[in-house]
Design a protein around this ligand. Structure first.
Ligand code: 5BU
Length: 484
């Protein structure tokens, strides 16, 4: 496109008030001297076509076989590109349907295909990442992002830190200079806009500083404090767990893998003051009845911990309904949370939700395991992440090992990562269990809660051991948040 046409496009964007000057209050409360709202271009097909043609030119040479617009403003732009170039398009759902397939990504694609992201405007890059994450979670690759306008507030650097290359049709500076040259704004307005951009950088040497204009969603990789993440959690039980962790200053869960209910109650009473969660395997015990349930719940109330039955459901929806609410154990009656493998597909979440949601329970999805040679990795882990992301009403988080290493990071900050395979020194047992230290699990791997069994219950003084693990895990959490 000749330079004169590009300048004419900038002028027409100002004419249709897609770019405005004045005093505008942003979502963050900041007052900005410039406001860009590209939604209006759908009313101007000629401009829409020019915009999409110009953006397409900018990605010449990039390699991809499918494109996806960031909802909503960029959807018509992506559609226009797809119609012109015949490159197929995908759509990312912003709201997840409560019925039907619950797919986050609509359209036909193959795992391993590379997808170009199309966005109207980039400020911090957070909105772009909200589309990159679910695409990667279903096995697509993303390497390039094209935007109409780069506000030059750190989005490019942020995307680069995720290995993404940002292409923009215009920078904000170019827009300001073009409008100034054509007498559409005065030098003071241009200077005020430039100053605003300079003062409101969102990304500084690899750290997310702030996210002033673009999105209220916080970055997934930055370690936000539990207090902030609690407000972002959708599942009632996730909110409750955040609350318990903050109140007790504990992100320690104890795996009470003992043989008798007497031992279970004894361990629960000893470690209770130090833990946020007591994890059970109810089928380890030689007996189970209503009075045990009553005593266990009393201890949970006394020490304010939550009960996690590590049932690892893994059957079709219809079967898990019965296994969760019925049988000898009636797990849904006394446990606050349970977990499930995603092997059977999303029906397992729907089945468990039909029992647990109305009772305020939460579900943890098994995204990774601690045992040597396990098969929960790669695309399986990513598909599990996508399922958690799209079912946050009932899914409260993950059983995971290395969420920081997942493509796109650990996912939504409202979801909680719990990690088994933890002892004070790394190592393993004779049957494939592998251990990492609390510092490594929380600080390096990006988990939130450590799950410790034998390191505590086999100690001569389980209460003292629990106190040690509690302190180690809480410090690792505080350090991780501070470092962000
Ligand atoms: P340990 O004694 O700290 O090794 O106990 C770990 C607990 O976590 C135990 O109850 C296991 O069943 C559970 N676990 C695990 O170790 N690894 C996994 O990947 C999953 C659960 Br999922």
């Amino acid at each position: 496109m000749p330079e004169a046409d590009i300048e004419a496009l900038v002028l027409s964007l100002a004419e249709i008030e897609a770019v405005k000057f004045g005093e505008f209050k942003l979502k963050s409360g900041l007052i900005s001297p410039i406001y860009i709202d590209l939604r209006v271009i759908v009313s101007f097909p000629d401009i829409l076509k020019k915009v999409s043609d110009l953006m397409w030119k900018k990605v010449e040479g990039a390699s991809f076989s499918v494109i996806c617009g960031v909802p909503y403003t960029a959807l018509p732009i992506a559609t226009c590109m797809s119609l012109t170039t015949k490159v197929p398009m995908l759509m990312r759902r912003k709201e997840i349907k409560e019925y039907g397939t619950k797919k986050a990504i609509e359209g036909t694609f193959q795992q391993g295909q590379t997808c170009l992201i199309v966005e109207d405007l980039v400020t911090s890059g957070a909105s772009v990442m909200e589309t990159v994450d679910p695409l990667e979670a279903v096995g697509l690759k993303v390497s390039d992002v094209v935007v109409l306008i780069d506000r030059e507030q750190g989005g490019g650097a942020r995307l680069a830190s995720h290995g993404l290359c940002l292409h923009s049709a215009f920078t904000l500076t170019f827009i300001l200079e073009t409008l100034l040259r054509h007498g559409k704004i005065d030098p003071r307005t241009a200077a005020a806009a430039k100053e605003f951009v300079a003062k409101n950088q969102t990304f500084d040497q690899g750290n997310v500083v702030k996210d002033p204009a673009e999105s209220t969603t916080k970055p997934s990789i930055a370690r936000l404090p539990f207090s902030e993440r609690q407000t972002m959690a959708q599942c009632t039980m996730a909110k409750r767990l955040f609350e318990v962790m903050m109140k007790k200053k504990s992100n320690l869960a104890v795996a009470a893998d003992v043989k008798t209910v007497a031992d279970l109650l004894s361990v629960a009473d000893k470690v209770g003051p130090h833990i946020c969660v007591l994890k059970t395997h109810v089928d380890l015990f030689t007996s189970w009845d209503d009075s045990t349930v009553a005593m266990l719940r009393d201890l949970a109330n006394k020490h304010e911990f939550l009960i996690f039955e590590d049932r690892k459901f893994a059957d079709i929806g219809n079967t898990v309904v019965g296994q969760y609410e019925g049988g000898i154990y009636r797990i849904a009656e006394w446990s606050d949370m349970t977990n499930a493998h995603m092997v059977p597909g999303p029906g397992i979440i729907d089945g468990l939700r039909s029992v647990g949601l109305s009772r305020g329970k939460g579900l943890l999805l098994l995204a990774e395991m601690s045992s040597a040679g396990n098969l929960a990795n790669g695309s399986y882990t990513l598909a599990t992440k996508a399922a958690a992301e799209t079912n946050q009403d009932f899914v409260m988080g993950y059983i995971s090992q290395t969420p920081n290493a997942w493509p796109g990071g650990p996912g939504s900050p409202g979801l909680i990562h719990m990690t088994p395979g933890v002892q004070l020194s790394a190592g393993g047992d004779a049957l494939g269990q592998q251990y990492n230290t609390p510092e490594h699990v929380i600080g390096v791997n990006g988990s939130d809660v450590i799950i410790v069994g034998r390191g505590i219950i086999k100690a001569t003084d389980p209460a003292a051991a629990a106190a040690t693990y509690q302190e180690a895990a809480w410090h690792a959490y505080l350090n991780a948040v501070q470092a962000s």
